[in-house]
Design a protein around this ligand. Structure first.
Ligand code: HEC
Length: 172
């Protein structure tokens, strides 16, 4: 039993260290560089979330919470936590390049061999996913850093006119 206990201790230490790092030095693929019509972006123009000091979250993250739970959670588990069938997307959204993440959702991906039966469907033709994919992505990034806790988010920004217009145009 002893080795297991000390292993656990070591991984707890490692976890604490990485949390401290995240607070002091938000990774480039998460830190907000600018805001545009209620959407937030990193310095590389990749969508990201924003949580104000009073806990108010950006509209896209709130929208992403809803869309994730209508389109993705059956396989990927509630709140991006993962399941025995599909990976924890709160981790993927941080670790994967934005364009790779996007590509998997548009085109799907499968691993089928003697020991795997793993199918991620292609959603490229599904407006209920594609019109909200950036929202789903930023929500999952916020889950990955725990910036947004589990459960239904509380205070949120208002939906901007531009977001409303873009949504209507996208849904057609
Ligand atoms: C029918 C089940 C199912 C649904 C619904 C589903 N996925 Fe997946 N997804 C999977 C499986 C299984 C994998 C792993 C595929 C593999 O092994 O290559 C996966 C993989 C992924 C990956 C790659 C993750 C990584 O770390 O490599 C992304 C990104 C992803 N899904 C996003 C989504 C999003 C966003 C939604 C909702 C719009 C969604 N998925 C809905 C089953 C699903």
């Amino acid at each position: 039993m002893k080795p297991i206990a000390s292993l656990l201790g070591a991984s707890l230490l490692a976890a604490t260290a990485s949390v401290a790092l995240a607070q002091d030095d938000t990774p480039d693929n998460i830190a907000v560089a600018y805001e545009e019509d209620g959407r937030y972006f990193t310095e590389d123009d990749v969508p990201t979330y924003n949580v104000a000091e009073d806990g108010t979250i950006d509209w896209p993250s709130y929208s992403g919470f809803r869309r994730y739970h209508s389109e993705c959670h059956v396989c990927h588990g509630p709140e991006g936590e993962g399941s025995t069938y599909a990976p924890a997307l709160k981790v993927s959204a941080i670790d994967m390049d934005y364009y790779d993440f996007y590509d998997v959702v548009v085109n799907g991906r499968q691993k089928i061999d003697a020991s795997h039966q793993s199918v991620m469907p292609a959603f490229g033709d599904n407006p209920n996913v594609m019109c909200y994919l950036n929202d789903i992505y930023v929500y999952l990034k916020a889950r990955g850093t725990d910036a947004i806790p589990r459960g239904r988010p509380g205070k949120k920004e208002k939906k901007s006119d531009v977001i409303r217009e873009d949504e209507n145009a996208c849904l057609g």
